[in-house]
Design a protein around this ligand. Sequence first.
Ligand code: 8DG
Length: 396
Amino acid sequence: MLSLTLAPSVGGFQVVRRFPFPSASLKAPYNLWISGFCSFVPSTPPHFRPPNVVVAAAPAGESRGGSTLGPSGNGGLAPGHAVSGGGSRSTATSIPSAGAAATGSSSGNCGSSSTSSKPGSGAGTGCSTRGQAAVRVTALRTVDPVVAAASATRTLSVTPRPATAASAAAVTAATAVSVVRDRGTYSSVDSMDGGGSGGVRLLVVVGVVLLDDPEWTQATAGAAANKRVAAPSAAGAEAVAVAAAASSAELGPISDSVSSCYSDGGYVPKPVRVLLAQRPEGKSNAGLWEFPGGKVDPRETPEEALIRELREELGITVEPADLIPLTFASHTYSTFHLLMPLYVCRRWLGEPVGAEGQAVAWATPEEVSSYNLTPADVPLVPVVLAAMRYGTPVRP
Ligand SMILES: Nc1nc2c([nH]c(=O)n2[C@H]2C[C@H](O)[C@@H](COP(=O)(O)OP(=O)(O)OP(=O)(O)O)O2)c(=O)[nH]1
């Protein structure tokens, strides 16, 4: 656990972070201090008010020693190298990367590595760089009791792994992101970036297992309550509402993948099917198949994001109550880590189409495995098949 202080400074707040420094070359009671600077963005809407958080970044050669950098305004910060919480999107690209940071001294005036400081030698300064910006950390032999007392005011759930100046830079970046998040302005693409083995960029995406489930359809008063009511009239909408209200309390798990329905008086087995979407050209994982969905935008709940994405991508309308949490994907791609809550949905309005030009396909349980799914989705298949075969709980 880390401590964070927002201490008043000229034109803003000084961010000070403290945590034990676990390097083998430094013995207790060494502590590593990382500081950054944040100020409020005047143009930010008043209801929003995130701090403009700046990673402890400054042009090389502007070390102040001790534990702080950039005491006022934006002083000492190279343009384009601030991590700002004022926008709605990620600023992760401005966070020093693992590769750049690991080289340490490419912008010249970096001090000695913090990991090489010796007990009793006072402060050792580490410096990691990217382009014109540098991130400095300072290892202090002792902790100023006044600063320490002031700094122990907030706890952040970021795990530090600052064995090197590079990973310390990542922790600094995470500090900034955490501050942004604490202010209620989190982005789906933030988290820890640029720390090599200690850093990861987290991408939060929501997905849905959209099930064409004939048995469920019958249980919910058949076509009246089903998705095939594309644009309900007032009377149709009322029929949907009445039918759904009358039947929803009785819904239970679906018993089998092969549902039955009657057509022309005969018995026709009809399988449950799931909708898969193909990632279009120009996007990552192009050509692979996935569950419809997309990124969670700032200040959206996962359900809100999914409802929005399904409207944009498939042209269908979904109610929050029809989204049932099923499982989640947690997969490390080469440039980010994907975290994707996956929901089941059996009821919607409209006919799903690839509204953004993507191919879509309904797959039976037997067919799902024949689709070339994204790597993150492969481990989800058994769970999805189980949901198709055996059903899922319904919302209370
Ligand atoms: N929606 C979805 N995304 C998935 C799945 N599996 C998987 O690896 N992903 C990855 C692919 C992408 O890197 C990321 C989703 O990003 P996206 O680009 O589709 O999101 P989006 O629709 O919001 O895209 P955009 O606004 O940036 O165009 O998650 C999945 O089953 N569904």
